[in-house]
Design a protein around this ligand. Structure first.
Ligand SMILES: Cc1cc2nc3c(=O)[nH]c(=O)nc-3n(C[C@H](O)[C@H](O)[C@H](O)COP(=O)(O)OP(=O)(O)OC[C@H]3O[C@@H](n4cnc5c(N)ncnc54)[C@H](O)[C@@H]3O)c2cc1C
Length: 316
C-alpha cells in the first residue's frame, strides 16, 4: 500500500482517487475548489468522445468507462447514471473514429420514421450512459475513504514532499497549464441551457457535431434537459459567464430541429481542458508524479478508463 496524493476534485480527480483506493492505497485529495463552480459540474455529462484525443487511445479508455457507467446504471441508482439512446447525425456512413468503443453502434436513416433533420443522411444510434453531475460527483466523493481537503497547490514536487507521499497524480484540468507550463493545453468554452423537459423525450438525446460552429445537442437528465452548445478555443482567463446571445442561438437551433423544450431553468458555461492528446503519463523529470489531465469535452466519457491507466502507472 502506498500513500498517494491526488490533486483535483473534478470528475478526473475523484475517479482516479477511487481507482487508487480500490487498489488498496491510502489517498489524500487536495483541491482548490470542490464545489459546483468547476467545469465538471457544467458538463452535460453524457458518454460521447467529443473534442478529445488521441484517436489511438481514446476508444479503449471510452470503452472501459462506458462499461463501468452501464454497470452503475444497472446497479447503483444513487450514482445518478442512466442509459439514454443517442442519435448522432452524420453526412455519410463512415464509421466514427470512436466506433470500437460502442459495439451496439447502429446506422439509421430516419428518426422513428421521420426524416433526419438539417440535411443529415444518416445517424448513428447507440446506448449512451449519462451522469447527473451533482449526483455522480457526490456519489464518487461518498464512495471514497479519504476526504477532499481544500488547498491550493502551487508546486507538484513540493506537495509530494510536504505530504510525505510515495506518488502524486495531477488531475487539475485546465489549471495544469500553470502548474506544468504545458502549452498544448487550452480552454475551449462551452455554454449550455437547462430547460424543463417540455416536449422532449427524457430517454433520448440528439447530437449534431458535423459543423462545430453550428453544433447542437440535447442531453436529458432525470427532471430537466441540457441543451448545447458551442466549442470556442479561449484564453484560460475567459470568464465562464453565459451570454443571452448564445442562449438565443441554442434555443433557435432546437426550434430549427422541430424540438419543443420547456421553460429555461438556468444557463451554465465552462472551459473544457482541451489538449490534442490527453496527458496520461509519468512526469519526465519526477517519475513519482503521474499526469492525468486534458480530457477536453470528454472527461466523463473517459474518467474510469483513464483512472485505471493512472492506477496502473502508479503500480509501475
Ligand atoms: C458545456 C460543457 C459540456 C460538457 N459536456 C460533457 C459531456 O457531455 N460529456 C463529457 O464526457 N464531458 C463533457 N464536458 C467536459 C467535462 O466537463 C470535462 O472534460 C471534465 O469536467 C474535466 O474534468 P477535470 O476533473 O479534469 O477538471 P475540473 O472539473 O476542472 O477539476 C479540476 C480540479 O482541480 C482543482 N485544481 C485546479 N488547480 C488547482 C491547484 N492549483 N491546487 C489544487 N487544486 C487545483 C480544481 O479546484 C478542481 O477540483 C463538458 C464541458 C463543458 C464546458
Amino acid at each position: 500500500m502506498a500513500r498517494i496524493v491526488v490533486i483535483g476534485a473534478g470528475v478526473i480527480g475523484l475517479s482516479t482517487a477511487l481507482a487508487l483506493e480500490r487498489e488498496g492505497h491510502e489517498v489524500v485529495i487536495l483541491a482548490k475548489d470542490a464545489g459546483d463552480s468547476i467545469v465538471s459540474f457544467v458538463a452535460g455529462a453524457v458518454w460521447y468522445p467529443f473534442k478529445v484525443g488521441p484517436v489511438d487511445k481514446v476508444p479503449a479508455w471510452a470503452a472501459a468507462t462506458r462499461a463501468w457507467m452501464l454497470e452503475l446504471a444497472r446497479t447503483t441508482p444513487e450514482a445518478g447514471v442512466d442509459v439514454l439512446t443517442r442519435f448522432e447525425l452524420a453526412n455519410d456512413d463512415t464509421r466514427p473514429w470512436w466506433a470500437d468503443a460502442t459495439p451496439d453502434l447502429e446506422l439509421v436513416r430516419d428518426l422513428h420514421g421521420t426524416p433526419l433533420p438539417k440535411g443529415a443522411t444518416h445517424a448513428w444510434k447507440f446506448a449512451a450512459p449519462r451522469a447527473e453531475p451533482r449526483l455522480f460527483m457526490a456519489w464518487l466523493a461518498a464512495s471514497l475513504r479519504g476526504r477532499v481537503r481544500v488547498q491550493t497547490v502551487s508546486s507538484l514536487r513540493e506537495t509530494l514532499a510536504a505530504e510525505n507521499a510515495d506518488a502524486l497524480v495531477n488531475c487539475t484540468g485546465l489549471a495544469a497549464r500553470g502548474l506544468t507550463g504545458d502549452r498544448e493545453l487550452v480552454g475551449v468554452y462551452g455554454q449550455v441551457v437547462i430547460t424543463e423537459p417540455g416536449g422532449l423525450d427524457l430517454h433520448e438525446c440528439l447530437g449534431d457535431e458535423r459543423d462545430e460552429r453550428e453544433m447542437f445537442y440535447t442531453i436529458p437528465r432525470r427532471h430537466e434537459v441540457v441543451l448545447g452548445g458551442c466549442a470556442e478555443p479561449s484564453p484560460d482567463d475567459r470568464p465562464t459567464v453565459t451570454t443571452p446571445q448564445m442562449t438565443r442561438t441554442i434555443l433557435s437551433r432546437a426550434e430549427q430541429l422541430g424540438l419543443r423544450p420547456g421553460r429555461v431553468i438556468r444557463e451554465r458555461a465552462g472551459l473544457r481542458p482541451f489538449r490534442p492528446s490527453v496527458r496520461l503519463e509519468r512526469d519526465g523529470d519526477e517519475p513519482r508524479i503521474v499526469h492525468n489531465y486534458g480530457h477536453g469535452g470528454a472527461g466523463y466519457t473517459l474518467c474510469w478508463g483513464c483512472a485505471q491507466t493512472a492506477a496502473a502507472l502508479i503500480r509501475g
